[in-house]
Design a protein around this ligand. Sequence first.
Ligand code: UD1
Ligand code: UDP
Length: 412
Amino acid sequence: MKCRVIAVLGTRPEAIKLALVIHEFRRRSEEFETAVVHTGQHRTMLDHVLQYFKIKPDFDLDVMRPNQTLNSLTGRVLDTVENACHRFEPNLVLVQGDTTTAFASALAAYYCKIPVGHIEAGLRSHDIYNPFPEEANRRLAAVLTEIHFPPTVLAHDNLLAEGVPADKIVITGNTVIDTLRALSQLPHSWDNTPLAGIPTENYRLVLVTSHRRESWGKDQENMCLALKDLVSQHPDIRVIYPVHMNPNVRSTVNALLRNTDRIHLTEPLDYITFVSLLRRCFLVLTDSGGVQEEAPTFGKPVLVLRNLTERPEASQFGMAKIIGMSREGIVKETNRLLNDEDAYQDMSEGSNPYGDGHGSQRIVEAISRWHQKKTPLLAPDQQFKLPARPIPRRRKSDLSERAGNAAAAGKE
Ligand code: UD1
Ligand code: UDP
């Protein structure tokens, strides 16, 4: 009997992170019958991802409303996902991450007594209002979940600490790295994209994204003022800021930054154009989860526009830094990277700690074994391991100096 799986997505990051998982299910179509449920929590921001990866939703639930509230959105997802579960009768409902689509779909499946698989499980900031509502969404999803797919060892340990049994957890690596690796061809030209016409030669490009609910208002204003300070202090930089479609973000950003010399506000970029910008930029300022995970692949230092992160691996590797949302702090930390070559080099070396491009295969294999009632869900040596931590350049030169001294001392 085939394993019937519903994969639910609704927002831009869910589509990006599930695209290759869905492909892997389809590649193993002798074992799996898969239905893609698109709640429609986002619309324009993710449809291009589905088109690029040729994914046609089997159920399109169309829940998005302009400036929607969390409660009304949750209600619509619960209702419509329940309906899709009744129609498809899956063995497992697979959700990704910490959005309202992910949490409410897990709840809808649970109410229908259908087991839930949770991808990108176990991320924790340990503060339920930061990020809001994602920290609560993912913790609530964990309670309802049968199989947990944390991307990293740290996320795995968070789940163990909450009492999740070890045999229900598989460390996968983040599937966003699978998607990044699948983009073998990035465009060289930005013609016909929102980046067309931005002069890039002889400029360092600072890529900015931000959308978190807890930063709306004052923090978002501080960030905008910091960007203005930075362009006035550095004639050789251009800020490129694809602005999220949430109207609460747009109103502040447009009011403070529209028509500022060398600050380019654009519409959200399609994924392939965004990744090509990520590869070409000098550094990244962001509060996005996905962008924090992707930037280390291209050796781009990330300054995290938040007070804490549930993705600390890149900062532990020295490839990202949490800098908060004060105007002074943002200017100071960005200046450090713009002015100090060693500081910049230190943050741009190392392997991506979030994944190795095989997350989707691990997830689908574990689900296959779960369906066949095999244990373990995935052998420990097949799970994702953290790459070695990079040694900062300055420490490296200290070490070689010390080795040189020791050798010289040995000769004496
Ligand atoms: C949502 C997720 C957040 C995730 C982010 C990724 C929740 C509560 N929030 O935040 O965790 O990090 O997506 O981007 O799940 N809109 C459009 N077109 C679109 C998308 C959004 O017009 O394609 C506008 C609509 O007015 C919509 C509003 O943005 O009502 C808010 O969308 P919503 O999904 O509720 O929240 P996000 O801020 O996008
Ligand atoms: N992204 C994109 N176009 C943009 C901005 C971001 O395709 O203009 C991609 C980015 O590469 C990452 C994902 O969207 O994979 C992150 O989405 P977002 O920041 O909206 O959500 P989060 O990751 O914070 O939940």
